[in-house]
Design a protein around this ligand. Structure first.
Ligand SMILES: C[S@@+](CC[C@H](N)C(=O)[O-])C[C@H]1O[C@@H](n2cnc3c(N)ncnc32)[C@H](O)[C@@H]1O
Length: 310
C-alpha cells in the first residue's frame, strides 16, 4: 500500500484537537525519515534552494511587495543608502530593480552565500556593500531606511539583561533596535521590521509544552496551513514552476523539523520570536514610533511595523 503523502498526513494532523498536534507532528516527522533532501532553514539561499521557493509563496510575497512599495520613493532618489539586516535570497530587491537611481545598499548578514544571492537582483548603478557579520557585532551607518525582515528573531532575548539571566552575553533585540534608531535618525529615515506574531523567546524553557505549542502555532497551524493551500492551488494549474516538490520539502524540513527547537538548549534554539504586544513594547523602549503596522499574509503570521525615530 502507498504511504500517505505528507500533505494528507499534515491535513489530518491539523484536524486533531490542539493538544494532540505536537505529538502527532513528531510521529509524522519520524515516519517520513529521509523522503526529502535535508536542507535546514536558513542554510542555502541561491537558485533552486528551498529558501527561493519559500520567498515565492503567498505567505511571504505580500511582505516583499509592501516593503518594496515603501522603499520605492527612497531608491529612486540619487545618493540613497539603505541598510538591510539579513538579506536572504534578495527577493525584496527583485521587485525594486526597475527605475532605481544610483545609490548604496549595505547588507549585514553572517552567511557569505547571501552576497551573491542579493547581488544578482541589483542593477549596476547600485553599489552593494556586504558586511559578513551578525548584526549585533557591528555598528550601522546612517541610512534613509533600514530593512530588518524575518531576521531579528534570530537574536535571543528582549534585551541584554534578559539574555544575561540565561547565561548569554551581548546585545539583545532592544540594543540592536537602538542602533537602528541611531542609523535612521540622522537622515529622518524609517525602519521596516517584519516578524511573526509568535512568542517563543528565551524566557520559555526547553521542554515547556507552551513552547512546543507556540512553535506549532507558527510552523504547523499557520505556515503549514498556508503551504497546504498553496500546494492545492499550484497543482490545480499544473505546477508550471515546478514548486510542488520544494514546497513539500519545506513542509517536512522546516515546518516539522523546526518543532524540535522546543527541546534544544536555550542557546541553540535560533528562533526567539515575540508576539505583536511584546514587539510594540520593545520598539517603544528603543525610541521607535510605529507609524503603520499590520499583517502581510492572510494567515495572520507575519506582522509588519513601519517605524520612525522619536
Ligand atoms: C529568514 S531569513 C530572512 C531573509 C530576508 N530578510 C527575507 O525577509 O526574506 C534570515 C536572514 O538573516 C540572516 N541572519 C541570521 N542571523 C543574523 C544575525 N544575527 N544578523 C544578521 N543577519 C542574520 C540569515 O543568514 C538570513 O539571510
Amino acid at each position: 500500500m502507498r504511504a500517505p503523502s505528507i500533505r494528507d498526513s499534515m491535513s489530518a494532523l491539523l484536524q486533531l484537537p490542539r493538544p494532540a498536534q505536537v505529538a502527532a507532528a513528531e510521529a509524522l516527522r519520524r515516519s517520513l525519515a529521509d523522503r526529502s533532501p535535508p536542507e535546514e532553514w536558513n542554510t542555502r539561499f541561491g537558485p533552486g534552494s528551498l529558501f527561493e521557493a519559500w520567498t515565492s509563496t503567498r505567505l511571504t510575497t505580500g511582505l516583499y511587495a509592501e516593503n518594496a512599495l515603501a522603499l520605492r520613493p527612497v531608491v529612486t532618489r540619487p545618493g540613497w543608502r539603505v541598510v538591510e539586516i539579513g538579506g536572504g535570497d534578495g527577493r525584496l530587491w527583485a521587485g525594486l530593480a526597475e527605475g532605481m537611481a544610483p545609490g548604496e545598499l549595505v547588507v549585514i548578514d553572517p552567511a557569505e552565500e547571501v552576497r551573491a544571492a542579493v547581488m544578482r537582483r541589483l542593477p549596476p548603478q547600485v553599489r552593494l556593500r556586504f558586511v559578513v557579520s551578525p548584526v549585533e557585532a557591528v555598528s550601522l551607518p546612517p541610512a534613509d531606511a533600514v530593512v530588518c525582515s524575518l531576521t531579528l528573531h534570530h537574536l535571543a532575548g528582549r534585551d541584554a539583561a534578559e539574555r544575561a539571566r540565561y547565561g548569554l552575553s551581548g546585545p539583545g533585540k532592544l540594543e540592536v533596535l537602538q542602533r537602528i534608531r541611531g542609523s535612521i535618525a540622522e537622515r529622518r529615515g524609517f525602519l521596516l521590521l517584519n516578524e511573526a506574531d509568535v512568542y517563543c523567546d528565551v524566557q520559555i524553557p526547553p521542554g515547556d509544552p507552551l513552547l512546543a505549542d507556540h512553535l506549532a502555532d507558527s510552523y504547523l497551524r499557520r505556515c503549514g496551513r498556508a503551504l497546504l493551500d498553496e500546494l492545492r492551488d499550484r497543482e490545480a494549474i499544473g505546477d508550471p514552476h515546478h514548486m510542488v516538490p520544494r514546497l513539500e520539502a519545506i513542509l517536512h524540513r522546516w515546518c516539522l523539523d523546526q518543532l524540535r527547537l522546543a527541546l534544544v538548549p536555550r542557546a541553540e534554539r535560533d528562533v526567539y520570536e515575540l508576539d505583536v504586544f511584546r514587539w510594540l513594547e520593545v520598539l517603544d523602549r528603543a525610541g521607535l514610533k510605529v507609524v503603520e503596522r499590520g499583517f502581510t499574509d492572510p494567515y495572520g503570521l507575519f506582522h509588519r511595523y513601519v517605524c520612525r525615530a522619536e
